[in-house]
Design a protein around this ligand. Structure first.
Ligand code: PMP
Length: 427
């Protein structure tokens, strides 16, 4: 069946979600995707940060998955034990920042990984009922994580009320400094402003810090617009959290697994969280998986406080182990090719370029007040799509540029020249 027909029928049968482009995927090969009509697209989306190893996946990961699939896949990981699950847990404990005893809970998606983190910190000290999250954040769409999410029109009255006790504070966004304190020139000023707001306003008038269970953050905001905070922000946030006995929850669902040139994005900021959530690329593009890695003392106090059916799937975990190995080898290349992206993006007629490794955001604004130029942003996405390049939006007026980590310099330059041509023709 041709693309147009499949799109038409799908609109009748599939729920309304987030589809924009009329793209019907058929197969993928490395950094290339093909639709059912045989059209070829260069991928700068990595399947929303899932296919870090390319499409359909790395050959080694496929080999491991096939071998495990022929032995055991669904394995009741929370009721019984299996070796791939143990192996992946050990690797994650070792690879995540923090030289202290840790444990791992497995699930099937990013939002579930976040849900588990919320339960962990709430049950650890039942007096601590509150959670702090950031404006512009995205942590998922199930009701717990949705309560934290503040980047999309998902918390409107139609869906509420969400979880009580969630307090949002501004994220230190150097391009949109809400305090107008020196902006880019003074990232430390921005960091101080956010922390002062938290300590002097939230903790003195809204909630006692001794009642706060956790601060949940993205090391770089993804869905909110690929926002990179000042270098020292998380170190200072960690001090505030430690002073008040609050757990730090680092959501690496989108930025983890090598995307920023380090295995986990928080490593770029020299800070150590108590809980790390991950999903997406951990499944190598082949299998859904979520993982919550946490300080051992936060472990569930009672059996059955949390569990699920599919977590610890033996194929997903075997794939996870191999994926981590391959990502580790790719890290130097991510930083090398990342420089090509930084340099080329900086030459385009865009209003801001930010990122690291192979996680880049470009933004389009209008006028002195930096009003979001959503129209131009959407035209760019459509324009490059027509020329065979896939990119995704982020925030109100940004585009995320996130190719698979296996991309060659040549492929990078090819896609970037298409992007540049379209961007510059619109401005
Ligand atoms: N956290 C972050 C940082 C994410 O980017 C996402 C997904 N975009 C999620 C959580 C939710 O992941 P999932 O869609 O797998 O539930």
């Amino acid at each position: 069946m041709e693309s147009r027909k499949i799109v038409e029928e799908s609109e009748q049968f599939l729920a309304t979600t987030t589809r924009d482009l009329p793209l019907v995927l058929d197969r993928g090969e490395g950094v290339w995707l093909y639709d059912v009509d045989g059209n070829k697209y260069l991928d700068f989306t990595s399947g929303i940060g899932v296919n870090n190893l390319g499409w359909p996946s790395h050959p080694e990961v496929i080999r491991v998955a096939e071998a495990q699939m022929n032995k055991l896949a669904h394995a009741m990981g929370n009721d019984f034990y299996n070796l791939p699950q143990l192996e992946l847990a050990k690797r994650l404990v070792q690879l995540t920042p923090g030289d202290f005893p840790k444990k791992v809970f497995f699930s099937n998606s990013g939002t579930e990984a976040v849900e588990a983190s919320l339960k962990l910190v709430r049950q650890y000290d039942p007096k601590r009922k509150y959670l702090i999250a950031f404006l512009g954040s995205f942590h998922g769409r199930t009701y717990g994580s949705l309560s934290l999410t503040a980047s999309k029109p998902v918390q409107k009255y139609l869906l509420g009320p969400t979880l009580p006790g969630v307090i949002h504070v501004p994220y230190p966004n150097p391009f949109r400094n809400p305090w107008h304190i020196d902006g880019y020139e003074d990232p430390e000023g921005l960091t101080e402003a956010v922390l002062e707001y938290l300590e002097s306003w939230i903790f003195s008038s809204l909630v006692d810090p001794e009642e706060v269970a956790g601060i949940v953050f993205e090391p770089i905001q993804g869905e909110g617009g690929y926002v990179v905070p000042p270098k020292g922000f998380f170190r200072k946030l960690e001090r505030v959290a430690r002073d008040n006995g609050i757990a730090l929850i680092d959501d690496e669902v989108q930025m983890g697994m090598g995307r920023t040139g380090k295995m986990f994005a928080i490593e770029n900021f020299d800070s150590t969280p108590d809980v790390i959530t991950m999903a997406k690329a951990l499944g190598g593009g082949l299998y859904p998986i979520g993982a919550t890695v946490f300080r051992k003392e936060l472990d569930f106090k009672k059996k059955g406080m949390h569990s699920n059916t599919f977590g610890g799937n033996a194929v997903a975990c075997a794939v996870g182990v191999k994926t981590l190995e391959i990502v580790k080898e790719l890290l130097p290349k991510v930083n090398e090719v990342g420089k090509v992206f930084r340099d080329e993006l900086s030459l385009m007629k865009v209003d801001d370029v930010r990122g690291m490794g192979l996680a880049w955001g470009i933004e389009f604004v209008k006028g002195e007040k930096k009003d979001p130029d959503t129209k131009t942003r959407d035209k760019v996405i459509e324009g490059v799509f027509k020329k065979g390049l896939l990119v995704l939006p982020a925030g109100k007026s940004s585009i995320r540029v996130i190719p698979p980590l296996i991309i060659s310099e040549e492929e990078a330059k090819l896609g970037l020249s298409v992007l540049r041509e379209v961007v510059n023709s619109l401005r």
